[in-house]
Design a protein around this ligand. Structure first.
Ligand code: AHR
Length: 503
C-alpha cells in the first residue's frame, strides 16, 4: 500500500479563504444565456424568464461572483443593444461565436438575475471594437444614481437604483489573435490604462482587472504581463489568467497532473507582477483574477456553428464530463485555494451548458455534471483560513510533468467554529494511497464526514437520466486516533475530509 503524509496546523496559514475563488462565468455563447439561465417558456421560469431551477442550483453550488457578458463575445458587443424595451432591441451578428445575438437579455436583466441568484456581478467592457468612452458610458449607466444621460436612461428603462457594480474586467483575452480587436501588449496596455484611469475618475473604489495571457502557452506569455502591468500598474488591482485543460492522446496520467501547470502559471504571473512592482518601487501588490479555468475538450465539441448559418443560441462547447474531469476540477480548486494569498478572484468557465457544471434541456430537465460536486463541496466547506499542509507523497512518471506527486491537498480551518476541511486528490491510475494526517496541533479533532468521488471507470459520466450515481460517496476508511487522521484515497479520486475541533 502506498502512503502519503501531511500536517494540518492552524498556524500554517496562507491567507483567508476568498469567497471570490468560487466565481463562475456567464457568456453570451451557445446556450449559456438563452435556454440556460433564461428560458421564458420553461415551467420554472419567473416573471423575467429566468429558470428558477438553475437559480436553485447556483445557490447549491455556492457561487460568489459571475463574470459577464464575455469572453470573446464582449469584444464585439454594444452594451446599449441590450437595454430598453425588448421588442425594440436589435439582433446583431456575434462574430466571436458565429451566432445571432437577439439581445433579449442585457445588463439590466443580468443584474436582476444576479440579485435573484445572490451573486456578485463582474462586468467586462469591450476593449476590442470599442474603447474608453463606451466603457465610461456603461459605468455611468450602471453605477450613477441619476441626473445624467445614461443614469436617467437606466431609470427610464425601469431600474431606479444604480447597479453598483464593483468589479470590472478591462476587455477579454486581448493577447489572442482570435480576439476581435486583438492588440499588442503595448497597444492594449495603453488603452487599458486610460480606460482604468477614466473609470476611476467616476469611482476610485472600483476593482479593475487588466487582461493577462489567455494561456501560459501563448508565445507572448510573461512579456505580455510585464508590458501590460508596466502601463497599468497604478490603475488596476488584478491581472487575469485563463487556463483550460483536457486529456490529450489518452494520456490520463498527465491530464490528472494539470494543477501542476496551474501552480506554475500562477507563480510565474506573481513573479512577473512583483518584478514590475520592484521596478516601479510600488507598495502595491497586484492580485490574480483567474477568471477562466476549467476542463475543456476544445476539439471534441463544436465551437462554431456551420459557416453558412448564424443561429441563435446554438449548441456549442457542451462538453460532457467524466469522473477524471471532476478530479481535475477538484484539483484545480486545490491549486487556486493554495494560492489564495495572490489569487483573490476566480471564475469557473462557464456556468450553464457551455463547458459547465449545470446542464439544461430547453424547456425541460436540469442535471448536474460530475464536475459540479467538487466545486459545490469545496465552496461550501472551505471556510476561514487556507492552510499549507507540508505534504510528503509518492510520485509517478508522467509524459508532461515528469515525476508527478500522486497526492495533492490543501486544508482550511475556521478559527471561529473550529471546522477543518481537507481537500485531496489521488492521481494514481492504479493504486490507492493511504494519507496520514498529523493533527496534533488541533484541539479534540474528530472526523465529521469523509466523501470521495471515484469510480472503477474514470471515464464514466453522469447523464440527464442519472446524475445521482456518480456523486461523492461516504469514505468509510477515514479514522482519527492519537493525533493522526488516516484515510484511503482510491485511484483517480477527489476527496473531502471534514473534522470538528475545539476552537
Ligand atoms: O470560455 C470560452 C471562451 O474561452 C471565452 O469566450 C474566451 O475568453 C476563452 O478563449
Amino acid at each position: 500500500m502506498l502512503h502519503a503524509s501531511l500536517t494540518i496546523d492552524p498556524s500554517f496559514t496562507v491567507s483567508p479563504v476568498r469567497r471570490r475563488t468560487f466565481g463562475t462565468f456567464v457568456e453570451h455563447l451557445g446556450r449559456c444565456v438563452y435556454t440556460g439561465i433564461h428560458d421564458p417558456g420553461h415551467p420554472t421560469a419567473d416573471e423575467d424568464g429566468f429558470r428558477k431551477d438553475v437559480i436553485e442550483l447556483v445557490g447549491e453550488l455556492g457561487i460568489s461572483t459571475v463574470r459577464y457578458p464575455g469572453g470573446n463575445f464582449v469584444s464585439g458587443y454594444r452594451w446599449e443593444d441590450g437595454t430598453g424595451p425588448v421588442e425594440q432591441r436589435p439582433s446583431r451578428l456575434d462574430l466571436a461565436w458565429h451566432s445571432t445575438e437577439p439581445n433579449t437579455v442585457g445588463v439590466d436583466e443580468f443584474m436582476r438575475w444576479c440579485a435573484k441568484a445572490g451573486v456578485e456581478p463582474m462586468m467586462a467592457v469591450n476593449l476590442g471594437t470599442r474603447g474608453v468612452q463606451e466603457a465610461l458610458d456603461l459605468l455611468e449607466y450602471c453605477n450613477i444614481e441619476q441626473g445624467t444621460h445614461f443614469s436617467d436612461l437606466r431609470r427610464t428603462n425601469g431600474t431606479k437604483d444604480p447597479h453598483g457594480i464593483r468589479m470590472w474586467c478591462l476587455g477579454n483575452e486581448m493577447d489572442g489573435p482570435w480576439q476581435i480587436g486583438h492588440k499588442t501588449a503595448q497597444e492594449y496596455g495603453r488603452v487599458a490604462a486610460e480606460t482604468a484611469r477614466a473609470m476611476r475618475m467616476v469611482d476610485p473604489d472600483l476593482e479593475l482587472v487588466a487582461c493577462g495571457s489567455s494561456s501560459s502557452a501563448m508565445p507572448t506569455f510573461g512579456e505580455w504581463e510585464a508590458t501590460v502591468l508596466t502601463e497599468t500598474y497604478e490603475f488596476v488591482d488584478y491581472i487575469s489568467a485563463h487556463a483550460y485543460y483536457f486529456e490529450e492522446d489518452g494520456d490520463l496520467a498527465s491530464f490528472l497532473g494539470s494543477a501542476i501547470n496551474m501552480d506554475a502559471f500562477i507563480e510565474d504571473v506573481v513573479a512577473t507582477a512583483d518584478a514590475v512592482r520592484a521596478v516601479k518601487r510600488s507598495d502595491k501588490r497586484i492580485s490574480i483574477s483567474f477568471d477562466e479555468w476549467n476542463v475543456w475538450y476544445q476539439n471534441a465539441t463544436p465551437s462554431v456553428p456551420p459557416r453558412d448559418s448564424w443561429p441563435v443560441a446554438p449548441v456549442l462547447l457542451e462538453d460532457h464530463y467524466n469522473v477524471a474531469d471532476a478530479v481535475v476540477v477538484g484539483n484545480l480548486l486545490i491549486s487556486l485555494l493554495r494560492h489564495s494569498d495572490r489569487v483573490r478572484s476566480a471564475s469557473l468557465a462557464q456556468l450553464v451548458n457551455v463547458i459547465a457544471p449545470i446542464m439544461t434541456e430547453p424547456g425541460g430537465r436540469i442535471w448536474k455534471q460530475t464536475t459540479y460536486h467538487p466545486f459545490a463541496l469545496t465552496s461550501r466547506h472551505a471556510v476561514g483560513q487556507v492552510l499549507r499542509v507540508e505534504l510528503s507523497t509518492p510520485s509517478h512518471e508522467t509524459k508532461t510533468y515528469g515525476q508527478t506527486p500522486l497526492v495533492d491537498a490543501v486544508a482550511t480551518h475556521d478559527p471561529e467554529s473550529g471546522a477543518v476541511a481537507l481537500f485531496a486528490v489521488n492521481r494514481s491510475l492504479s493504486d490507492p494511497v493511504v494519507v496520514e494526517v498529523d493533527v496534533r496541533a488541533l484541539r479534540s479533532p474528530a472526523v465529521v464526514e469523509a466523501l470521495t468521488l471515484a469510480n472503477p471507470d474514470p471515464y464514466a459520466r453522469a447523464t440527464v437520466d442519472d446524475d445521482g450515481t456518480l456523486v461523492p460517496q461516504p469514505n468509510d476508511t477515514a479514522t482519527c486516533q492519537d493525533g493522526v487522521v488516516r484515510v484511503e484515497l482510491p485511484p483517480v479520486s477527489w476527496s473531502m475530509v471534514r473534522l470538528s475541533t475545539r476552537p
